[in-house]
Design a protein around this ligand. Structure first.
Ligand SMILES: NCCCC[C@H](N)C(=O)NCC(=O)O
Length: 437
């Protein structure tokens, strides 16, 4: 454990994940070129981006089950290979129909990589390294987004569509080759866990995993922390910043990159806090969510156009939400046996993406409704956005209630099974303060 080999496995896995994030985010960068190339509307292209993510989220649980059945190596390598095919289809696609098929393949391949890697880390590392390395996985993977925003965009605009998508695909091809050569499901001296024998057993096992309060705590933690930033970065951030707040397009793009950069700083800090205070992980999640709620309230209630510093504060708080969501996988690890960790991670990963789609969709519906009713002068009016973004309080507020319920049941189970009693944080802090006094 934590040997030279385990670091090689980690490096190769993270490389494959970074390449997956690059493939995932290329179409966002190539949106305008795609609209011209396929002579299609922006609306259809954004639907295409959403479709890719729906495929990703829809496959999380089946892939989680497969991880427990066939092991993570096969899934990382197969996922990378499917993404290569998907991007090559897009590189040479003569029509939007073929491009859609390519993007579906990219979403399907992408779905296999992250949760397999988290599972692999749990086999090759132990103890406090696991939450730290999970954070580093998220962080290094985010570099894939920067690769698509900078070198990929440069090749696209200076060399052309086909070379750009083929070059991006070559990175996942390298991930595939390295994965075949260097990945292994577990260290040689660790005995193989009994694998799920049949589909019937797998489905029964999934039910048990789903029922565990700790899995549910992971799901709702991912749900409440990741959704605001994802809906903003993938869809609504740019029109809000440019059309509603009046920020220049270049500055708006930089602000979206700030979300990624903040994650790079916050991730390792959250990793250390998660490892150091395992009984306070839910407080971290709730603290991040409450901060997001407060900053959003300031933006939405600000009289007139919100000042630039407040917008920066908003993107920074959303940037902390990304690594915050990885705490969800740490709950899955703590409260599930290793043989069902793949499916538990799949369940957790559905949380944030489900909330993101719901928020993305409802914001669009509310903006349209206000425009159609004549309440707003333009679709992307600042006041229209105020009401539309408020829907996050309903969606995420629901998640917070569910998280608190799951936490109560998890704590009760910890007390019954292990005799560990976890009280409210303020009681613990007060006790500590009194002891010092
Ligand atoms: N640097 C932020 C990492 C965010 C991770 C994100 N919440 C997540 O769960 N991602 C899964 C994936 O496939 O990227």
């Amino acid at each position: 454990m934590n040997s030279r080999r385990s670091w090689i496995v980690f490096a190769v896995g993270v490389f494959a994940y970074m390449a997956a994030v690059l493939q995932r985010s290329t179409l966002g960068v190539a949106g305008v070129d795609a609209a011209e190339r396929f002579e299609t509307s922006a609306a259809l292209l954004s639907a295409l981006a959403v479709l890719q993510l729906v495929v990703y989220a829809g496959l999380q649980i089946p892939i989680g089950l497969l991880i427990d059945r066939v092991g993570p190596k096969l899934l990382i390598t197969t996922g990378s290979a499917i993404m290569v095919i998907g991007q090559l289809v897009l590189a040479f696609a003569p029509s939007i129909g073929i491009a859609i098929a390519g993007r579906i393949l990219v979403g399907a391949g992408d779905a296999a990589v992250f949760i397999s890697l988290i599972r692999l880390i749990n086999s090759w590392f132990q103890g406090r390294s696991v939450p730290l390395l999970s954070q580093w996985t998220g962080n290094i993977g985010a570099i894939g987004q920067i690769l698509s925003a900078l070198p990929f965009a440069w090749v696209l605009h200076n060399v052309g569509w086909t070379p750009a998508f083929a070059a991006a695909a070559s990175l996942s091809f390298a991930g595939f080759v390295l994965g075949v050569a260097f990945l292994a499901d577990r260290p040689a001296d660790v005995p193989e866990q009994p694998r799920v024998a049949s589909v019937k057993d797998a489905v029964r096992g999934l039910g048990t995993t789903l029922k565990r309060p700790g899995t549910q705590l992971g799901f709702w933690s991912h749900y409440v922390t990741q959704s605001s930033g994802t809906a903003f970065a993938l869809f609504w951030g740019f029109p809000f910043l440019v059309s509603a707040v009046g920020i220049a397009q270049g500055t708006a793009s930089v602000l979206l990159v700030v979300i990624v950069l903040t994650g790079l700083v916050a991730g390792p800090i959250l990793g250390i806090l998660t490892a150091r205070f395992p009984l306070r992980r839910s407080n971290l999640v709730l603290g991040i969510t409450a901060t997001l709620g407060l900053v959003w309230a300031a933006v939405l209630l600000w009289p007139g156009v919100p000042p630039f510093w407040l917008i920066v504060l908003l993107v920074v708080s959303m940037g902390v939400g990304g690594p915050g969501s990885l705490i969800g996988f740490d709950f899955a690890r703590s409260f599930n046996p290793i043989r069902s960790l793949g499916s538990a991670n799949g369940i957790v990963n559905v949380g944030g993406f489900t909330a993101s789609f719901v928020i993305m969709f409802l914001i669009g519906v509310i903006l349209d409704a206000q425009f159609d009713a004549g309440w707003s002068d333009s679709l992307y009016d600042l006041d229209a956005f105020r009401l539309a973004f408020s829907v996050q309080y309903l969606v995420i507020g629901f998640g917070v209630v569910m998280l608190l319920r799951a936490r109560r049941r998890t704590r009760r189970k910890m007390e019954e099974d292990e005799g560990i009693s976890v009280g409210p944080i303020w009681v613990a802090l007060l006790r500590k303060w009194k002891r010092r006094g």
